[in-house]
Design a protein around this ligand. Structure first.
Ligand SMILES: NC(=O)c1ccc[n+]([C@@H]2O[C@H](COP(=O)([O-])OP(=O)(O)OC[C@H]3O[C@@H](n4cnc5c(N)ncnc54)[C@H](OP(=O)(O)O)[C@@H]3O)[C@@H](O)[C@H]2O)c1
Length: 317
């Protein structure tokens, strides 16, 4: 029988991306798409690309109806998600894309490559943040190997969809287009999440992170400088960690955003200068950084194929 899924915040960027994967899933049915602002309207009113994909129309938040489904996905802003989750205590499986339950008691932090064992059978899953995913995937092999020998420095650029569907001065096209700037320098909200995750793999490192706002709609490109204990082979460390992982692709040269657009992939390349590893990572903030990774985690939790629905490649050029 098909797994019935409801998405709250389905008109937003992450929610609509989640609907796209559910509609493509061989074992899932999109049963409810919740939006406060579009009740009664078809899904395609918010997501024109999904015209013809489903007869499901947006409905209001109904905790009893959602709890009667098999899975509920919260794709709502942080703060709101905690209140909604409190009303969904009877939901068999609840997945929160916000940061409200990351590292919360009783919730599994849904990082599929490093927490696959914990995800099997999980019923409360907190999907990692977008920047956090790029930083975690880049540093984790070195922390896990116990070879980090100093502060990790990261510069990473993100696309405008990272701020959600509502327009703001920071995402307005004339402000964003043909521009590059830093923001929240050494003060991004994802750093504690990254450090908590890395601490679970080994010794918690110090992380200095400078986020950039890039003139693209989707994508995160991260450059991490990782000091290693003398004599380490950075390439071997990363290959040991990710050599056989379905959605981590190791590249020569540089990864590129366009090669991962709309996918669950994180493309990584590794470079070394003496005892410093330089890790380049490219991924889609709405794909690997949100909905595709959430679906990957859900697949693991439900005992389905890890790549069910999300095993697609980017369209290029
Ligand atoms: N964008 C990214 O790259 C990204 C990556 C990873 C994680 N996330 C996280 O995923 C969540 C969704 O992000 P997003 O970018 O998709 O945001 P978004 O585009 O603004 O969508 C959020 C949706 O939630 C609904 N909503 C807002 N406040 C609500 C409330 N109080 N109660 C119920 N519904 C509410 C809104 O729809 P209605 O007003 O129609 O109800 C809106 O469409 C956030 O927690 C974000 O931090 C985002």
């Amino acid at each position: 029988m098909s797994i019935r899924v409801g998405v709250v915040g389905a008109a937003g960027y992450v929610g609509s991306e989640m609907c796209r994967w559910i509609l493509a899933h061989p074992d899932m049915t999109l049963s409810m798409a919740v939006s406060r602002s579009r009740v009664g309207k078809p899904l395609s009113s918010a997501v024109p690309a999904l015209l013809g994909a489903t007869d499901v129309c947006f409905s209001g938040f109904d905790a009893a109806a959602l709890c009667a489904l098999d899975v509920v996905v919260l794709a709502t802003p942080h703060g709101a998600a905690a209140g909604l989750a409190a009303q969904l205590g009877d939901a068999p499986v609840l997945l929160d894309c916000s940061r409200d339950h990351r590292h919360a008691e009783g919730w599994v932090f849904g990082q599929p490559e490093w927490h696959a064992d914990k995800l099997v059978g999980a019923t409360r899953i907190a999907a990692p943040g977008c920047f956090a995913t790029a930083l975690m995937l880049s540093a984790a092999p070195f922390v896990d190997a116990g070879v980090v020998a100093g502060d990790i420095q990261v510069v990473a650029a993100t696309g405008s969809t990272g701020s959600g569907a509502s327009a703001s001065a920071a995402t307005h096209h004339p402000e964003r287009f043909v521009n590059l700037k830093a923001y929240k320098v050494l003060n991004h909200q994802h750093v504690p999440e990254v450090l908590a995750f890395l601490a679970g793999l080994g010794t918690q490192p110090t992380l200095n992170f400078v986020p950039w706002s890039a003139p693209v709609d989707r994508g995160i490109f991260a450059t991490s400088f990782i000091p290693m204990t003398p004599g380490c082979d950075a390439d071997a460390i990363v290959r040991t960690a990710y050599g056989n992982r379905r959605f981590i692709r190791l590249r020569d040269g540089t990864p590129e955003l366009r090669h991962v657009r709309g996918t669950a992939f994180c493309d990584i390349s590794v470079h070394q200068d003496g005892d410093t590893a330089v890790v380049l990572a490219a991924m889609d903030n709405l794909g690997r950084g949100a909905a595709a990774q959430a679906m990957q985690a859900l697949n693991l939790a439900l005992g389905l194929r890890e790549d069910a629905a999300i095993g697609v490649f980017a369209a290029t050029p």
